[in-house]
Design a protein around this ligand. Structure first.
Ligand code: SF4
Length: 529
């Protein structure tokens, strides 16, 4: 089975070669099989086999890291926190937050989280609602939920003690995979293990010229083998962080900074590009001098090229340079989805309130609050929106609404990793009605409460659109209101009331600062004073 898989990875020529082998003799077939296994096992070109080289690699990388590393809150905790339990918990939180999210975005969320739940016990005592609230805006909400589940498990099953080894982390904590366990184990517990994340995949594929599909099992295993071989035994946590830091800041996906790279001398991809450039320039010189070119250096290649399951599966593209590595399979196009959404608002005294419903506790955006919504069938005509909105509202409200109660606000595009979402947004103002008994998991929230609730970025975008459309309507009316005789004033007054009512009644406040941060609000205030 594994032979079949590797043959498929190597492409048609190898399949043909194996067919030939099958047709000939059993003896030949056995030899071919052995050769193939030897190739994938012992193709030293893609691995580190030389101890002095490994030692030099570690030293070059760590020296660079010591001089260039960014000061990050979780790194400080890992370095200074004497309590191994708190240290492991803190690194676990940072690693989960950093999955799929940039360092700059994570810092504030991490600080807020650790301030609120500085220990695993404190996190275990929180509610999922609180966790979602703090996580709101960070995306991939299942990560927060898993941290919470993990904390509860540590408290109930392990007496509040975080696992003390990579295997334990991997086995006991939900949402902790091979990479996360390796990162926590090496950074917080000093375990000598590699940690292969997206940045490390890129660095190692370039350093060892691994050009086969970087998501395939053969490459994955090879990368882990390399990572476990080269990790520094004295400073495993720093070494792994240095690899990641290098991938994030020097060996970047686009425009890698090879001239500033501390491990340039160990990099096969860099060497290939340099030799290729040298060859081209010598060929040009010979051509100009009309002399045969005799001193061209050969590009160093894998000795098993052609049958190696780690080599480039497609031709080398000179324009790409080191970016020939890593190779990824073509991404699946995201699912296109249209969702009908309604902003339902009502007045309660001085306050405007918005109707929210809670998503199921499992699946996408689990447990988050959202506006009443429904996914639209792709070929549905816009004329049907009114009827659908009426039906949808019957699920949530006691009052029956007519199709003319709804106002079209606009469309909001929100792109998730696997869904290209378009929200078709309507609004409606309701009075003297209440939500149906709590079976639908609904609530009314004021603007202020909404700001701190566990709501998604998609909802925030919708409210921003609503805010700007309300402002535009108000501006439109103001323009039309020119001074004139009493009759005109009277009719304008009527018009204004009509529009204001359509936007939520005279008591509605502007939503302009609705989602602005307190920092921004303070800035504006100090600017105005
Ligand atoms: Fe990446 Fe260039 Fe450094 Fe090689 S030399 S590891 S390609 S930055």
């Amino acid at each position: 089975m594994s032979r079949l898989r590797s043959a498929m990875q190597r492409g048609k020529s190898v399949v043909l070669e194996n067919t030939e082998v099958k047709k000939s003799s059993n003896k030949k077939k056995t030899k071919a099989t052995i050769k193939e296994e030897e190739t994938s096992e012992h193709s030293s070109y893609h691995f580190f086999n030389d101890l002095p080289e490994i030692s030099a690699y570690r030293s070059h990388l760590l020296q660079w890291y010591d001089q260039n590393k960014r000061e990050l809150p979780w790194r400080t905790v890992a370095m200074t926190e004497p309590d191994v339990n708190i240290r492991t918990y803190a690194v676990w939180v940072s690693e989960i937050m950093l999955q799929q999210t940039q360092v700059a975005t994570v810092i504030d969320y991490y600080n807020k989280w650790m301030q609120r739940w500085p220990t695993v016990e404190k996190l275990a005592a929180a509610t999922l609602e609180e966790v979602n609230q703090v996580w709101a805006g960070l995306g991939y909400y299942s990560r927060g939920r898993r941290l919470h589940e993990g904390a509860k498990k540590v408290v109930s099953d392990l007496n509040g003690q975080m696992p003390r080894c990579t295997e334990g982390l991997l086995k006991l904590l939900p949402g902790v995979g091979r990479y996360t366990a390796g990162a926590i184990g090496s950074i917080a517990l000093g375990q000598v293990t590699g940690a292969v994340d997206g940045n490390v995949i890129r660095v190692l594929c370039r350093v060892r010229a691994i050009g086969a599909d970087s998501t395939g099992p053969a490459v994955t295993e090879a990368l882990w083998k390399i990572a476990n071989t080269i990790v520094d035994t004295e400073r495993p946590g720093d070494f792994n962080q240095a690899m990641m830091e290098l991938g994030a800041r020097v060996c970047t996906p686009k425009s890698p900074l090879c001239s500033q790279c501390p491990i340039q001398t160990h990099c096969h991809a860099f060497r290939k590009v340099s030799i290729k450039q040298e060859q081209d320039s010598k060929r040009l010189q010979s051509k100009l001098a009309s002399k045969p070119n005799t001193s061209v250096v050969d590009i160093e290649n894998c000795s098993a090229a052609g049958s190696c399951n780690l080599c480039l599966s497609e031709d080398w593209d000179s324009k790409q340079g080191v970016q020939n590595y890593p190779r990824k399979p073509v991404k699946k196009a995201p699912r296109v989805e249209k969702t009908l959404t309604c902003i339902v608002q009502r007045q309660r005294g001085q306050e405007t309130e918005y109707l929210l419903t809670q998503r199921p506790s499992k699946g996408l955006l689990a447990g988050m609050w959202e506006l009443p919504s429904m996914v639209l069938e792709s070929d549905l005509s816009e004329n049907k929106h009114g009827d659908l909105l009426c039906t949808m509202m019957q699920r949530f409200l006691d009052t029956l609404l007519g199709t003319d109660s709804f106002q079209f606000v606009g469309e909001v595009v929100h792109i998730l990793s696997h869904i290209h979402q378009t929200y078709v947004v309507y609004s409606v103002c309701v009075s003297d009605c209440s939500e149906k008994e709590q079976e639908q998991n609904t609530c009314w929230l004021t603007k202020c409460a909404l700001q701190g609730a566990a709501v998604s970025t998609g909802l925030k975008k919708i409210m921003k659109l609503y805010d700007s459309s309300s402002k535009a309507n108000t501006r439109d009316i103001k323009r039309k209101l020119s001074p004139g005789d009493g009759t005109e004033k009277q009719s304008n007054k009527k018009k204004k009331l009509k529009v204001v009512a359509a936007n939520g009644g005279p008591k509605q406040l502007s939503l302009s600062k609705f989602f602005s941060t307190s920092k921004q609000a303070t800035k504006t205030k100090s600017k105005n004073t």
